[in-house]
Design a protein around this ligand. Structure first.
Ligand code: NOJ
Length: 560
């Protein structure tokens, strides 16, 4: 495959390592870096691009194929960077464009791809367009690029419709006009500092195609599209009516989410991407009611991948997992897109903590639960995920088995949803605590100047340093699993699997020469050994032709 599109690595001799097969993304393992919390190079307590660059060799050795970076653009940080004031600039707290360039080049030199986050549903209220829209007052052409409306009621004192913000409270904020009077309202599906763009306006589409080119020219290998399902709103912005929005969210098509018109945007974006050499990709953050609707986003002329939130939301339960796995594969096959799998990200309680708690609590959990149980299940769930056909997403720190930090004091919280009450629970800070690199030292090796969220006292025991070389550690389990996937690309390839007979609560499937068995029950199970054990998430016992898996354990066998 051509490497022309890859910004040249600093060390030209390393070029060979970037050569990857076409369609690399179909079976790729993609690691999410949350830049604030990964590594801090300048001791200000906040992670940065230079910190990420210095740790790229760690990611290469971990064995991932690509790195997705959450937003690092110029932003007032009202929603941790998902409120972008300038899409072509790096926020000084993360570095500058030269740092971004160096990061991309170094990554390519190490054979790693870089995916950046694109936030097209809304800007920051400090974006130049929005500031001018406010300053110019009603009738300003800039207001047409957002959703400004007069209010309802005698004096316009009521919001234009009944939509609620995902972070709680109304999805509309009333502005004070330049003459000091209360005036129009603007739409923000998230925080008031995140006004929604009006994608019916051609300038918005033009601007985003230009932003795509800016970063493609910088050499990035793809984009994760934030709120990909939200850009287009139903005509006339109709009321939701007598419905509980929270119950509908994610379960139904809403007037502001998953509207069919959004697909035209992605068809246009695809033509831009395809003008560039190389094998670059889009991945959609699209919370849709069903995986079948998610498949619409990855039709051949649209995006390449979409996150599988149905999988992320599934409890550690064999029957439920099997249903979602089958439905995913069945939904993706007709559109020719790879399935994707994910267990954690920066918006949900880490899976080691989710699985430590009783099932049915959802993805925002505030209790620690049974830590040992959670870790055992998390390890088993990871091996299960990494044996499935398609691409897998990892969230920084899950390779250390990190739990969520459920006891952050209120005064350190930054999640905007926390301050807006009613919407999501607003406890996303718990999965965003800076990760530990060393056993001891300032912020456990995160940096030299503390960390923007306090780290728990036991963080050092979970650090990269503490786990490296310990064959029982979660880090070494991830390294071994990813090494096996690299050695046997067929592990992540393909679009189907063959289910094998298994006792209740146990999943067993074959993928070519590999067999994976996951025991989700609370008791040991004994199964026939199909071959040589390749990897296990816990201690198994093999006697004669049978293997016994303890509770919450996954095993990979090879039959070759
Ligand atoms: C999804 C992002 O993952 C989340 O962190 C953010 O708050 C919302 N989109 C709004 O941009």
């Amino acid at each position: 495959m051509s490497q022309q599109h890859l910004a040249a690595p600093a060390d030209e001799t390393a070029v060979a390592t970037v050569a990857q097969h076409r369609d690399w993304w179909r079976g790729a393992v993609i690691y999410q870096v949350y830049p604030r919390s990964f590594a801090d190079s300048n001791g200000d307590g906040m992670g940065d691009l230079e910190g990420v660059r210095a740790r790229l060799p760690y990611l290469r050795d971990l064995g991932v194929d690509a790195v997705w970076l959450s937003p690092f653009y110029a932003s007032p940080q009202a929603d941790a960077g998902y409120d972008v004031a300038d899409y072509r600039a790096v926020d000084p707290m993360f570095g500058n464009l030269l740092d971004a360039d160096a990061l991309i080049r170094d990554a390519h030199g190490l054979g790693l791809r870089i995916i950046v986050d694109l936030v097209p549903n809304h800007s920051s209220d400090q974006h130049e367009w929005f500031k001018r829209a406010l300053a110019e007052g009603p009738g300003s052409p800039l207001r047409e690029r957002y959703h400004f409306r007069p209010g309802k009621g005698k004096n316009g004192e009521l919001p234009p419709n009944d939509w609620e913000s995902i972070f709680g409270g109304p999805a509309w904020t009333r502005v004070t006009e330049p003459d000091g009077t209360p005036g129009e309202w603007y739409l923000h599906l998230f925080a008031p500092e995140q006004p929604d763009f009006n994608w019916e306006h051609p300038a918005v589409g033009d601007e985003f195609r230009s932003i795509l080119r800016f970063w493609l020219d910088m050499g990035v290998d793809g984009f994760r599209i934030d709120v990909a399902h939200g850009l287009v709103k139903a005509e006339g912005l109709p009321d939701l009516g007598d419905h509980d929005q929270l119950k509908l969210l994610g379960n139904d098509v809403m007037p502001f989410f998953d509207q069919d018109g959004v697909h035209e945007v992605y068809r246009q974006w695809r033509t831009v991407l395809d003008e560039y050499a190389g094998d670059r990709i889009f991945v959609a953050e699209a919370w849709t009611p069903t995986v079948e609707r998610t498949a619409h986003y990855v039709r051949p002329d649209e995006l390449h991948q979409a996150f599988n939130f149905q999988y992320l939301s599934t409890d550690w339960d064999a029957d439920e997992l099997r249903v979602v796995i089958d439905r995913t594969l069945d939904a993706m096959r007709p559109v020719g897109a790879p399935a994707t799998w994910v267990l954690s990200n920066h918006d949900v309680t880490r899976h080691a903590t989710r699985f430590a708690n009783p099932p049915g609590l959802g993805t925002q959990i505030r209790t620690e639960g049974d830590r040992a149980l959670g870790l055992r299940r998390a390890r088993a769930a990871t091996l299960l995920m990494l044996a499935l056909p398609g691409s897998a997403y990892l969230y920084q720190g899950e390779e250390l088995g990190l739990p969520d930090v459920v006891d952050l004091p209120d005064e350190v919280r930054q999640d905007p949803a926390y301050f807006r009450g009613a919407g999501q629970d607003g406890f996303r800070d718990g999965c965003r605590v800076p990760i530990p690199w060393t056993r001891t030292g300032s912020s456990y090796g995160f940096g030299t100047g503390g960390s923007w969220l306090p780290q728990p006292a036991n963080w050092g025991e979970l650090s990269v340093e503490a786990q490296t070389g310990d064959p029982h550690s979660t880090l070494e389990l991830y390294r071994a699993a990813l090494a096996a996937r690299r050695e046997h690309p067929s592990l992540g390839a393909g679009e189907s699997l063959e289910w094998l007979p298994a006792p209740d609560g146990v999943l067993s499937f074959r993928r070519g020469e590999f067999v994976c068995v996951a025991n989700t029950t609370t008791t040991p199970v004994t199964v026939p050994s199909p071959g040589r054990v390749l990897l296990t998430s816990g201690e198994v016992t093999t006697t004669g032709t049978e293997t016994t898996l303890p509770a919450d354990t996954t095993v990979w066998w090879t039959t070759a």
